[in-house]
Ligand binder design. Structure first.
Ligand code: RB5
Length: 366
């Protein structure tokens, strides 16, 4: 069983203790989702959403969330479709939250219960199965309600579509739409938008505590943990986004995929594919500024999967609903990040209102 564990500063030492406790169990793979220190105060919703999203995306099976009282974590985690967080301060409640409610997250308060009791509660919660029977129908009511208010998200394996709303990004997207924007400005703006998108996307990357020697003394500091990144532009328009991302994440490896559309079948055909050798170990961002029919984006994602890529996201600047549907249908595990969702495709496959052909506008080839 894969278990993600997170806490705020108030429960940091309880988290460390429970992590040690869980690491001694052979049948449990434990993932520390932060926070990284008790000396820097943080906001419990950030951690609750980080852990909850991992469960909702089925990257892990269960979550353990700890804060001062456990209350904030349970309120925040239960906002995520697919999360059923039980706030437990005794063994019996924890047991019944599994037997009857099939809870997939437990929240506890480090200021309320002792570490010994927390360990006992956790052991019971992890080893108790859902009883099913009459409880299945009750849970189905909760699931039905969730599906009604969050269509497509509740307990779904579907990737999500995230539309960015940062004013700087929206302003720059308006500038690249303008047909009078020069090639030079267009190219610079695409890089800036790509950088801003990745800045937003990396907001919840996990951190680890490190020690740093300043000119004055040794001190605790934070550094990025977790998987390395690969960015894979789809030639040629995707190239326009690469440098904006590398400026922020210079260690990312860059792969390239070239596809052309067969004039007879209209299907994308690979003519170039060079990916980092360890693509299976990396979080992969596929770059294509315009998600139109979704044909080439979907084919690019398939190529990456064929070579071992597992955790893939698609980053585009403007998306059409047709492309979003195609990518989600072909690759339900892939999240799509976009700065704008436009109205539709015209008869020539151009996004409307869009910005024209991004490749031509980037390289002045029209
Ligand atoms: C932090 O002081 C505290 O508010 C938090 O850990 C938690 O108890 C919230 O519910």
């Amino acid at each position: 069983m894969r278990v993600a564990v997170g806490s705020d500063h108030a429960a940091f030492s309880l988290k460390e203790l429970l992590l040690d406790h869980l690491r001694r169990k052979a049948d449990i793979e434990v993932i520390d989702m932060g926070t990284e220190t008790e000396t820097v105060s943080c906001d419990y919703p950030d951690i609750a959403f980080r852990v909850g999203e991992e469960i909702a995306k089925k990257n892990v099976d269960r979550g353990v969330l700890l804060c001062g009282t456990g209350v904030g974590m349970s309120i925040a985690a239960n906002k995520i479709p697919g999360i059923y967080a039980a706030h437990c301060h005794d063994v019996e409640t924890a047991r019944f939250s599994r037997l009857h409610n099939n809870s997939n997250v437990i929240t506890m308060g480090a200021r309320i219960i002792s570490p010994e009791l927390a360990s006992a509660i956790l052991d019971t919660w992890l080893s108790t199965d859902f009883e099913q029977g009459r409880h299945t129908a009750r849970i189905a009511k909760v699931l039905d309600y969730e599906r009604k208010v969050c269509p497509g998200r509740a307990f779904s394996e579907k990737g999500k579509t995230v539309l960015f709303e940062h004013p700087l990004m929206l302003h720059k997207v308006s500038l690249i739409r303008n047909k009078d924007t020069s090639v030079k400005e267009f190219r610079e703006l695409v890089q800036e938008i790509a950088g801003l998108m990745v800045y937003e996307m990396t907001r919840s990357l996990p951190l680890v505590k490190i020690e740093v020697e300043t000119p004055l003394e040794r001190t605790d500091a934070l550094a990025l943990a977790g998987k390395d990144l690969a960015i894979v532009p789809v030639l040629r328009a995707g190239l326009g986004m690469v440098d904006g991302i590398l400026q922020l994440i210079p260690n990312a490896k860059v792969g390239h995929i070239g596809l052309y559309r067969d004039p007879d079948t209209l299907l994308p055909v690979e003519y170039y594919c060079k990916l980092p050798g360890d693509i299976d170990q990396r979080d992969v961002l596929v770059l294509d500024p315009m998600l139109a029919t979704g044909g080439s984006a979907s084919a690019a994602i398939s190529l990456i999967k064929k070579r071992g890529g597992k955790k893939i996201s698609l980053v585009c600047i403007i998306a059409a609903p047709e492309g979003v549907s195609k990518v989600h249908a072909d690759h339900p595990d892939v999240d799509i990040y976009a700065a704008a969702l436009d109205s539709h495709l015209n008869d020539h496959g151009y996004i409307v209102p869009g910005l024209g052909d991004a490749g031509d506008r980037l390289y002045g080839t029209k």
